[in-house]
Ligand binder design. Structure first.
Ligand code: NAP
Length: 302
């Protein structure tokens, strides 16, 4: 018993060294991307913004079928037509992910009309963009229902079949604000931090489930309508990401079975600084970079 315990104690650090070295080699050597030609993908919030770009990227990489969910039929229809013109089977369903019953009913309709979903992309989100005291209670609740709880319902609807098939991938379009919050978007930052914990727990819970895994993507500000009007102090130093870049890197992360992706990579530095610097220094970074006041000019999607 003691020998077994001592053995494990010796093997554990070696395992750590091996895994870190393997990840470092993976950063420099080109990795083999997984074939997606047999996958059916569902993207929530797929009608516009990053979701629309994700649909284009999955279609370009040859997935079998794409399903788009959203609230606004017009943009869902436009994106569906575009994806069909690219030669990929595509369907759309109007569904509010914040409404649990609607999610379960629409998931049933998807299974009947399209078949099994093997890649679920939880992308839909909203931002109210105000401080706590300036926000009305219903708006605060809405962000939590859509951005966090919506992922509970969609994942509960599609994960069981993925586990049966031993083939599935859950993707979460989160935000760097989940790990480093800003003032003026308290609803959004809270919902994203909560969704981050959801994905962390889910990802670890899937360790013993062959063929099923998860990816969390944490992008910096991206040039869609979501954060319209938001201003950082040095836009040339910290330019917004393009939705095309976020979509391409997200689909690659799925193909590489990567659990976590921070975009751009420099955001890793921010996270390291956050865990070592004193609070006063962090506050100064927020003031200097303008993230302290960036939501003052926020307009959002009108
Ligand atoms: N833009 C950024 O700076 C940024 C940065 C980091 C992370 N992200 C994340 O990236 C994801 C996509 O954002 P985006 O920039 O593409 O935003 P966007 O252009 O505003 O698109 C959001 C999408 O979510 C959908 N949606 C909202 N509420 C919904 C609901 N209740 N049910 C179903 N669909 C709903 C919208 O559908 P409708 O058109 O019907 O409203 C829309 O298609 C979000 O999770 C966001 O948090 C964005």
């Amino acid at each position: 018993m003691v020998w077994k315990w001592l053995g494990a104690l010796v093997v554990f650090p070696l395992q750590m060294i091996y895994l870190v070295a393997k990840a470092a080699v993976g950063l420099v050597l080109p990795a083999k991307l997984r074939d997606l030609s047999r996958e059916n993908v569902l993207i929530t919030g797929g009608g516009r913004g990053i979701g629309r770009q994700l649909a284009r990227e999955f279609a370009e990489r040859g997935v079998r079928k794409i399903v788009l969910w959203g609230r606004t039929e017009k943009c869902l229809k436009e994106t569906t037509e575009e994806i069909r013109q690219m030669g990929t089977e595509c369907h759309y369903f109007v569904c509010d992910v914040g409404n649990r019953e609607e999610v379960y009913q629409t998931a049933k309709a998807v299974r009947e009309k399209v078949g099994d979903i093997t890649i679920l992309v939880n992308n839909a989100a909203v931002v109210h963009g105000k401080s706590l005291m300036d926000s009305d209670d219903d708006a605060l609740l809405k962000s939590q229902h859509i951005n966090t709880l919506g992922q509970f319902w969609t994942t509960k609807a599609f994960l069981p079949r993925m586990l049966e098939l031993q083939n599935g991938h859950i993707v979460c379009l989160n935000s760097v604000l989940a790990l480093s919050a800003i003032p003026g978007a308290i609803d959004y930052c809270t919902s994203k931090a909560s969704a981050f914990a959801f994905m962390e727990s889910l990802t670890l819970g899937l360790l013993d489930c062959p063929g099923v895994s998860a990816t969390t993507v944490l992008p910096f500000h991206t040039s869609t309508e979501m954060f319209q009007g938001m201003r950082v102090r040095f836009p040339n130093l910290f330019p917004p990401l393009k939705p095309e870049t976020v979509a391409r890197r997200t689909v690659e992360a799925v193909q590489l079975n990567q659990a976590l992706l921070l975009l751009p990579w420099t955001m890793n530095i921010l996270i390291i600084l956050k865990s070592i610097l004193p609070q006063a220094a962090l506050e100064e970074i927020h003031r200097f970079s303008g993230t302290y006041t960036c939501m003052n000019t926020f307009k959002g999607r009108t």
